[in-house]
Design a protein around this ligand. Structure first.
Ligand code: ADP
Length: 334
């Protein structure tokens, strides 16, 4: 497991429950989303109605699960949490939908990975609060209509564009979650440090924030590793110096690149003069699978403006040379 991976690992799952903001006011950053959601929820409360279905799109670790829980809390409603991959048959979905209470929030993570039949059942459930349960098979199969109590679906996906338009259109409100600015991550870190009873100064928080890839989940995870280091190697207080030493031990550099990211960049610069080089060749040079380079390392390198994907292959940007402290080869004029 990568220290800078965006998905939750076992340890995160245990700790995250304690670190989740409980209401909109506590939720750091995402100003626009918070403001819009606040209006949607207030209006629904004022009408005494169930809130509209909400679609949250954004990378893992940016707070989609947290927001769904906040929506339920703000509406004073219970919440049920499931995911697209967990619903393979329409029957699985029917079982969940038919057991919802009135006003309940159903959080469906990775909604783009639901099976087709389940997706079609969801259309009707979202629009008419009704499902047709198919009983029997073949020519003798019959559809039994089932009324559902009004509920709020909160769907989460890494990209709204992955959803078929008919599904996307059934959400009353779509919020796009952005990566967090360093100052926002500093606030997340200070807040978590308070909850975990960790002492940290402003520079220490800034140092961790800068290495957290714009992602609160990663910020919280790095904070825990730095806390361990501060306890064992110092007096417990996290300063810039301590944070930097600790994350050096874990090979997370000043910009949040880890060993794999740096291996890819180093190969691109040192072996291929900055490219262009094909993905497969680059992967062989790093000793990794093609998919690992493409799906694990590259997205962040591209987002950071260190690497570009071009039709002729991967190329390094001037920022990549600067980040690794290397000088690009001089091209002979003419
Ligand atoms: P996602 O569902 O998008 O993968 P989560 O909601 O599980 O992300 O958030 C991951 C972790 O990051 C949780 O511990 C959560 O408390 C923290 N977190 C996410 N967004 C925020 C935020 N805006 N403010 C404070 N903490 C946050």
């Amino acid at each position: 497991d990568r220290l800078v991976g965006p998905d939750a690992d076992g340890e995160d799952t245990a700790v995250e429950a304690a670190l989740r903001p409980k209401d909109l006011a506590e939720f750091v950053g995402q100003e626009r989303v918070r403001e819009q959601l606040d209006l949607v929820l207030r209006a629904a409360r004022a009408r005494g109605a169930t809130a509209d279905h909400v679609l949250l799109s954004g990378a893992p670790g940016l707070g989609k699960t947290t927001l769904s829980m906040i929506i339920a809390a703000e509406m004073g409603a219970p919440i049920r949490i499931t995911s697209g991959p967990a619903i393979q048959h329409a029957g699985d979905l029917a079982a969940i939908l038919s057991s919802l209470q009135e006003g309940e929030v159903l959080f469906l993570d990775e909604i783009h990975r639901m099976s087709r039949p389940a997706e079609e059942m969801l259309y009707m459930a979202m629009e008419d609060f009704r499902v047709d349960v198919i009983v029997g098979k073949g020519p003798g199969a019959t559809a039994i209509p089932l009324e559902l109590p009004p509920f709020t679906l909160v769907g989460a996906t890494t990209r709204a564009g992955l959803l078929p338009p008919p599904l996307r259109d059934r959400f009353g409100f779509t919020a796009h979650m952005e990566f967090y600015a360093p100052a926002e991550l500093e606030r997340v870190i200070h807040r978590s440090a308070g909850l975990l009873d960790v002492e940290i100064d402003a520079d220490g928080a800034a140092e961790i924030a800068g290495r957290s890839r714009g992602t609160p989940r990663i910020a919280n995870r790095l904070l825990r590793r730095v806390r361990d280091y501060a306890q064992v190697k110092a007096d417990g207080l996290i300063t810039r110096e301590i944070a930097s030493q600790a994350l050096g031990v874990y090979e997370v550099d000043a910009r949040g690149l880890d060993r794999l990211d740096r291996a890819v960049l180093t190969a691109l610069l040192k072996l291929f003069g900055g490219g262009p080089v094909g993905l497969s060749t680059l992967a062989v040079a790093v000793g990794e699978e093609r998919e690992t380079v493409e799906e694990v390392a590259e997205p962040f390198l591209v987002r950071e403006g260190l690497l570009a994907r071009t039709p002729r292959g991967r190329i390094a940007t001037p920022a990549a040379w600067a980040h690794l402290g290397l000088v690009p080869p001089q091209h002979q004029p003419g």
